[in-house]
Design a protein around this ligand. Sequence first.
Ligand code: ADP
Length: 380
Amino acid sequence: MSSLSLKHIYKVYNKDVLAVNDFSMEIKNNEFIVFVGPSGCGKSTTLRMIAGLEEITAGELRIDDVVVNDFEPKDRNIAMVFQNYALYPHMTVYENMAFSLRTQKMSNEQIYEKVTKAAEILGITEYLDRKPKQLSGGQRQRVALGRAIVRSPKVFLLDEPLSNLDAKLRTQMRMEISRLHETLQTTFIYVTHDQVEAMTMGTRIVVMKDGYIKQIDSPINLYKHPNNMFVASFIGTPQMNFFDCLINKQKQLVNLTLCSAQTISMDYKLINKVPLKYMDQSISVVFGIRPDDIRIKSNIYVKDDMWVPLKAIILQTEILGNETIVYGNLKLTNPDNKDSIIIFKTTPDVLLKRGYIVDIEISLEKFHLFDKETERVICN
Ligand code: ADP
């Protein structure tokens, strides 16, 4: 159980690589924090600074209100689990898990108690006498977790622990790590580049890009209320559709023209928080809508003013079995235009051929508007 405070943390490598830029956040007891972002965005560096494996260039790191910037890793009461497991190949599973306790001069009885309890939690009791090479990838990762658990650390740090496992095992281990977090009631910080892993495991997610924090929020808020276009596109698959948009306000009605091709109209009150400077058609904005918030027009829906019509020319479909992903274009006469591609989903019984023009509807409750220059949200 532990809280962490990171205040204006920077990491500069070799005097000129700015890997982490003004990272600040407060982490409460027992949170499951996930750092997510594309490769090279500074996730591992931040984690390694918390672990004490990397010096902090500037800023302050506190664990339970004690500044630990200058503490050795062993004095921070933190355990780290790596992607490559880092097990000792010549030792049994039991000895791998006991190793750090032996260096603390703990008695054999105490070690036995801790190792067998951790093995039980992780379901690896029957493998305690085996060597790592006699284990599968998933079992090895459990041993690596066990080695961390026996130390009863205040904070667990996990650096892409599942990326060496196949897709099925990854899903299973994802659930096991979430359960482990519930069982241990300890603060977890987990690094991944996989947004699905982040969304399913984190109580709060830190989305990073180029060394900067782009947003810190709960999974559902990141999905529903992204602060900027990077977060909007990084979270969710297929990714959010973005269209160039001109807004024209006429009294209580606003018209939004997407990709200079098609116009939707709505009541001004739906976007009355958007500054008026965006509404005289002199500045274009970016209109964002997720594939899930678009549907093919159908007679079975009760008429609903919160869905407005558009048309799309079909380019391609991907039949996944449970659903079909549809690629279309809003420019009906110029379907090769890359900036007006629209992606949406439909049920598998709907068959769409390339070149068909379909009536679709988008939800006025779910769209987003972004400033084109800053890429920041102006309406969520
Ligand atoms: P991530 O974990 O998000 O993939 P990293 O934290 O590993 O990213 O790296 C962030 C940036 O710092 C990258 O540009 C990377 O090349 C750079 N970097 C990481 N480690 C070092 C190092 N030891 N020396 C110099 N640059 C490094």
